[in-house]
Design a protein around this ligand. Structure first.
Ligand SMILES: [Fe+2]
Length: 157
């Protein structure tokens, strides 16, 4: 299997794991901002659900099978699964960091697709980068000042 399709499988694994994590937090978030967080998480997991299908079908169009199993995804994912017991700010911070992490995985796939001269995959990865950066911006924006400063101080992006 060509390198960049393996890299694309890693993007799908990260995107699927983030989808599940975002829905997990949609279900379990508690606190004074329940309604807005519950709704924001829903918007984001729905966007990820559609993206997962696009990425998987791109892999099929390139001639490879897609391992759509929890084990397959967890073996390939670079982000960790969610923790339903986190507080609301910790959930938002975790989703922010995970979105930033997926951007890195996407960059690897984008560079590899560029190398393989597959412009359609490059374009898809550009669109996915924009979606994750938008989600990260929205998540960061709803944190209180102190939490945001902590996040920015620790940032490696
Ligand atoms: Fe729901």
């Amino acid at each position: 299997m060509s390198n960049y399709i393996t890299a694309l499988q890693a993007v799908l694994a990260d995107s699927y794991t983030l989808y599940l994590k975002t829905q997990n937090y949609h279900w379990n978030v508690e606190g004074p901002h329940f309604k807005s967080l519950h709704e924001m998480f829903e918007e984001q997991y729905r966007e990820l659900f559609d993206a997962n299908d696009e990425i998987a079908e791109r892999i099929r169009a390139l001639g490879e099978k897609v391992d759509g199993t929890y084990k397959g995804f967890s073996d390939k994912a670079s982000i960790k699964e969610g923790d339903m017991n986190l507080g609301e700010h910790a959930m938002v911070t975790d989703l922010f960091k995970s979105n930033r992490q997926v951007v890195k995985t996407i960059k690897t796939a984008m560079d590899a697709a560029e190398e393989a001269d597959d412009q359609a995959t490059v374009d898809m990865m550009v669109a996915r980068t924009q979606a994750h950066e938008k989600a990260a911006w929205m998540l960061r924006s709803i944190l209180p000042d102190a939490e945001r400063k902590k996040l920015d101080a620790a940032a490696d992006y």
